[in-house]
Design a protein around this ligand. Structure first.
Ligand SMILES: *[C@@H]1O[C@H](CO)[C@@H](O)[C@H](O)[C@H]1NC(C)=O
Ligand SMILES: *[C@@H]1O[C@H](CO)[C@@H](O)[C@H](O)[C@H]1NC(C)=O
Ligand SMILES: *[C@@H]1O[C@H](CO)[C@@H](O)[C@H](O)[C@H]1NC(C)=O
Ligand SMILES: *[C@@H]1O[C@H](CO)[C@@H](O)[C@H](O)[C@H]1NC(C)=O
Ligand SMILES: *[C@@H]1O[C@H](CO)[C@@H](O)[C@H](O)[C@H]1NC(C)=O
Length: 629
């Protein structure tokens, strides 16, 4: 051909032209593949806008990132028939493909092997048939593989061991047959081959899986009643649950526990609603949550009728004293007069009273909480407040001073300029919002855990009693501190307020009698909130009527985790493992039975461990990158 006559630059140009002509993978290619998919299996199911200039990123079920389609979620959308070859494989940037609960049939196209970025493949509950294509085992990044409840036949290929990152392998309810290969997947946590025509012995490495991973098969030598194979001793150590990992059995157990808890909770809420209906005193829950939306009132605290004449001689014990009582050794640069003259802005209305931001004439800023009425004797009140004031920790919002009179009780706290975790997580969702990144969320979790751990360390019965995201406040550098500690002990006995029910441990019936384990439950819900971006109270009102822990458990059971996480977190690619571990911890904390929950010290230890291992992992990754340069 004499191509040696062509200069190098021309060759390069031709090469580029060739590549361009072939069509580098891009959004247009993704769009074409999606529309072909609709034409093939979703004509009546998917009403995507196929106007030529419409972006596939606006199609329902489609998620884009970096200008490519990275996730396709079409569960239960009525997809019908066989997926032609040469179609799915064009969506080369896909990380998650979920087509579960449809009526897809025929073989699984072998070209899914082109989806080299794929981490999650959910195809359960369809009518796929034929063998599981061998090419699927080249998907090195695959973490979750769910092919359950289809009509796959043939053997399970030993090629499965190439999927070294696999954490979930669900193959139950198919027609797979023959003996199992020696499956040895180091990261496998969830596994099920029940109801297949498998025979022979359970592979050595799978014998610690629960016995209901092998129901309805002809397998022997596995856990429990599967029975020993001929010429083999039955292993005794069957079904030992792995700590820190979520075995399928554990998930099921948690889900059942949570369901029972939910029913108890529901019954309680119904009972309370009935009682209130008679009294006609309490506002409906809708009004209460309206009040939490932080009205922006400007006023001076004096307007709020807080005036009291200072007595000539302050009595001993502080009883009857009409002045600010300070704590700690910090400077006392203001007095009651200053406070009353300060301009005040409502920060929020909480369970125990309304909090104001008070800007003093000196320029100092403090947060002032006006406590709601409670019939606690003055002496008892002062004792309890003194105990609260004595608590000092870098992850607690410090109580600086208080004021007590018959009509008015004010608590003066240091002011936290970044507001509450609740407003950072849920405020201003939509345009113009700055997402709360993963590192910040993770460190907030640790800070808050340390604050609660400190409270618990002050006495075996000390608890916070009202852990929720609006009580986690942040300073300018996003360091988190727990606020409102001790206030539960000052409250009147009240029934459980509906709007905090989302955080309340199922065993709690009186807000003043909250155990440390109940705090752990609330903290678990708080972790779930950080991970999912969903407000627990909002979750309680969703169409399924379930609380946040139960919702998370149901999703985790169905598809493992990727779908529960806050969309804002999906951009952080390398932290999935850390998020999963934190999710596991959250679920442990929100266990139905108090004695199954870890202590707060254990919680702190586990978060530290999780952060440490992810730091090591990212160091590894940097090293890998350095090597490959
Ligand atoms: C997939 O990509 C190939 C090569 O770019 C192209 O020829 C084919 O038409 C695409 N298929 C679909 C369904 O978009
Ligand atoms: C489809 O997308 C085009 C371009 O984005 C838009 O102009 C049109 O209104 C959309 N049609 C529907 C029915 O949403
Ligand atoms: C499964 O496949 C077999 C043949 O391979 C067929 O007879 C059977 O009807 C299929 N079952 C379902 C539920 O599609
Ligand atoms: C498993 O079943 C097949 C027939 O379905 C049979 O040929 C094979 O010998 C069986 N293997 C064992 C170990 O029982
Ligand atoms: C495996 O699947 C079967 C059938 O759906 C179910 O009964 C069993 O509980 C599952 N086991 C595990 C460990 O998920």
């Amino acid at each position: 051909m004499g191509s040696h006559h062509l200069p190098m630059s021309t060759l390069l140009f031709l090469l580029l032209l060739l590549l361009a002509h072939r069509g580098a993978p891009d959004l247009a290619a993704d769009r074409a593949a999606l529309l072909s998919l609709r034409a093939a299996v979703g004509r009546s199911a998917l009403n995507w806008n196929s106007t030529t200039d419409s972006s596939p990123c606006s199609f329902s079920g489609v998620t884009c990132e970096g200008g490519r389609v990275t996730a396709l979620h079409l569960p239960g959308t009525g997809l019908l028939g066989a997926i032609p070859a040469g179609l799915l494989g064009n969506l080369t940037a896909l990380r998650t493909l979920s087509l579960r609960f449809n009526a897809l049939a025929g073989p699984l196209p072998a070209d899914v092997s082109s989806l080299s970025e794929l981490r999650n493949l959910y195809l359960q509950s369809n009518r796929f048939s034929g063998e599981i294509p061998e090419s699927i085992f080249s998907l090195q990044n695959l973490v979750r593989l769910n092919l359950a409840d289809n009509n796959f036949t043939g053997r399970i290929s030993p090629g499965i061991n190439k999927l070294t990152r696999l954490g979930t392998l669900y193959l139950e309810k198919n027609s797979l047959s023959g003996e199992m290969p020696a499956i040895d997947l180091p990261n496998l946590v969830q596994f099920n081959v029940s109801f297949n025509r498998l025979n022979g012995s359970v592979p050595e490495k799978l014998r610690s899986m629960p016995r209901d991973s092998f129901l309805g098969t002809g397998l022997c030598g596995g856990p429990g009643p599967l029975g020993a194979c001929l010429g083999e001793v039955s292993p005794a150590a069957a079904g030992v649950a792995k700590r820190h990992k979520l075995s399928g059995g554990a998930v099921a157990g948690i889900a059942i526990g949570a369901a029972v808890g939910f029913l108890v909770l529901l019954a309680l809420v119904l009972l309370l609603c009935r009682r209130r209906g008679g009294g006609g005193k309490t506002k409906p829950a809708g009004v209460a949550s309206e009040a939490e939306r932080l009205p922006e009132a400007e006023m001076a605290l004096t307007d709020k009728r807080v005036v009291d004449a200072a007595p000539a001689v302050p009595p001993a014990n502080g009883v009857g004293e009409k002045r600010l009582v300070f704590f700690g050794s910090g400077p006392r640069v203001y007095d009651l007069e200053d406070l009353l003259r300060a301009s005040a802005e409502v920060l929020g209305k909480g369970t125990f009273g309304t909090t104001y931001k008070a800007v003093l004439e000196s320029g100092n800023v403090v947060a002032v909480k006006r406590l709601k009425e409670a019939n606690i004797p003055e002496v008892e009140f002062r004792e309890k407040i003194a105990a609260i004031g004595a608590m000092e920790h870098k992850n607690l919002v410090g109580l600086r001073a208080y004021y007590y009179s018959k009509d008015e009780r004010l608590l003066v706290y240091e002011y936290m300029s970044m507001g509450s975790l609740s407003s950072l997580l849920h405020g201003n969702r939509g345009a113009g919002r700055t997402p709360l990144n993963w590192d910040t969320r993770s460190s907030i979790a640790l800070d808050a855990a340390r604050g609660i751990e400190y409270i618990h360390s002050t006495s075996p019965t000390a608890s916070h009693g009202n852990i929720k995201s609006s009580n986690i406040l942040l300073d300018r550098s996003y360091e988190a501190r727990v606020s409102d500690h001790g206030l539960a002990t000052l409250a009147n006995p009240t029934p459980i307020p509906n709007r905090v029910a989302g955080y309340r441990a199922p065993e709690i019936t009186d807000v003043r009698k909250v155990s440390q384990k109940a705090d752990v439950y609330s903290f678990g819900v708080l972790l779930l909130e950080l991970l999912t971006g969903k407000a627990p109270a909002q979750a309680l009102l969703n169409e399924e009527g379930v609380d946040l822990p139960r919702w998370v458990q149901s999703v985790v059971k169905e598809e493992w985790t990727s779908e529960v996480f806050d969309l804002e977190l999906l951009r952080y690619q390398n932290v999935e493992e850390e998020m999963v571990q934190l999710l596991q911890l959250a679920i442990d904390c929100a266990a139905q039975y108090p004695d199954r929950r870890p202590t707060m010290s254990e919680v702190v230890g586990r978060i530290e461990e999780i952060q440490q291992s992810s730091m090591l992992a990212s160091a590894d990754e940097k090293e890998d990158q350095a090597d490959s340069v």
